[in-house]
Design a protein around this ligand. Sequence first.
Ligand code: UDX
Length: 428
Amino acid sequence: MKIAIIGTGYVGLTSSAVFAHLGHQVFALDKNEEKIKSLKRGEIPFFEPDLEKLLKEGLKNKLLIPTTNYKEAVSCAEIIFICVGTPTKENGEPDLSQVFAAGEKISKYIMKNAVIVNKSTVPTGTTEKMKLLIKEKTDKKFFVASCPEFLREGSAVKNTLHPDRIIIGTDSKFAQEALLNCHKKLPGEKVTTNIRTAEMIKYASNAFLATKISFINEIANLCEEVGANVDDVALGMGLDPRIGKDFLKAGIGYGGSCFPKDTKALHFMAASKAYNFKLLKAVIEVNKTQRRKFIGKVRHILKNLKGKRLGVLGLAFKNNTDDVRESASIDIIKWLMDEGAHVFAYDPKAMANAKVILPKLQICKSAEEVSKNSDAILILTEWQEFKTLDWHKIKKQMKNSIIFDGRNLLELQKMKQIGFTYVSIGRP
Ligand code: UDX
C-alpha cells in the first residue's frame, strides 16, 4: 500500500521503517529539514536498537522515502498516519496543536478516499475534532481512524514487528478494511472498535502500567517500615498470572515521554468532565514523592551534601535509550547540585542529551571514573551493564564506600559482602 507518515519521532520513524520492511511504500514526512537530510543519509537522530538497519534497508530498496514535502508525501497515500507530539501544557492538558496543524496541512493534498489515522496519543474526541477541521478544508471524501501505538523506547522495532495487539478504532468499514490490510503481515490480535474507545485504550493502558509502578513503590516504602523485601514480594505477586510479573520493579519512579504526560492528560480529561479520578491522582503523587524520598535517604546518610563528591550512574529515564525526558535521574541530580554537591555522572548513551539540560554536570567516560574519590555512588538508571561492573575495584577507588541504588539493580548480599553501605528501595 502507499502510506504517508507525518512526524519522524520514535513512533513515526519506527512505523515508517517497519511498514517499509513489510513491503509498503512509505513517505516519512517531517518539517525539520536537517532531520530529513540525515534520515536520507541513513542516520537516525536518537539511539534505538535495530532502527538504523531497517531505515537503511528501506532507503536501499526505495520503499522508505523521507521528505519535507506534504504534496509528495500525501497526494497518493491511501493511508496517512499522524505521529506528531502531544506535549503537556502547564495545567496538565495535552497540547494538540501539532495534531490539528498536521490535519490542516494534509487536507490540501489528500486523494479521494484517503484514510487519515491518528497514532498520536490524544484525548477522546480529538480524532473526531480533527475530522471536522479537515472537512472544512476539503471537498474530497476521506475517512478517519485512531490506531494508538504501544511501542517502548529501547525495543521499538521489536515491539512494532511483534505487537501484542493492534487497535483499530473507526466508524468506517472502508477505513477498517484498509487498516486491517495494512497490518495483515503483523502478528498480534486485531481489536476493532470505535474511535473514542481506541483513544481511551491507549490512555488506560499507560495509566494502568503507571499504577502498577506506583503501587509497587508504595509497597516498597511499607517494606522498609516492616523489614520485608519488595523484590521478593513482587516475585511472589507476579507469579499469579492475574497480576503478572512485569512493571513491578520498585525504584525512583517512572519517567520518559509517555507515562508522566499521559497520566496527567488522563487526569485532566477526567477533571474536565467533573470526574474525580482519585486513583490516578494518587499514582501521579506517589511518583513525585518517590524521587524526593530517595534524596531523603541520601541526606540521612551523608548529612550535609555541600561539597560532597557524588558519582551518578545513569541519566536516561530508563535503560536502552538516550532519552532524558522526565528522567528521574535528571531531577535528582538537579536537587543534589542545588544542595551544593559536586556531581560526576556516566551513562552509556544519554550523556550528550543530559548535558543540554544540565550544562554544569561533570561528565565521565566510565563508571570507574565516576567512582574515583566519591563520597557515594547513586544508581539512577537500570542499565544492565552496571550490574557487571567490578564492584571490588570500584570500592577501592571510592572515598566512602556507600551506594544508593535507586533501581534495585545490584544484589543485596553481594554488595554487603564486598563491604558497601548499600541502600536500595524496599529491601532491608
Ligand atoms: C511506555 C509504555 O510502556 C509504552 O507501551 C507506550 O507506548 C509508551 O510509554 P516507554 O516510555 O518507552 O513506554 O517506557 P517504559 O519501558 O514503559 O518505562 C517507563 C518508565 O517506568 C521508566 O522510567 C522505567 O524506568 C519505569 N519503570 C518501568 C519502573 O520504574 N518499574 C517497572 O517495573 C517498569
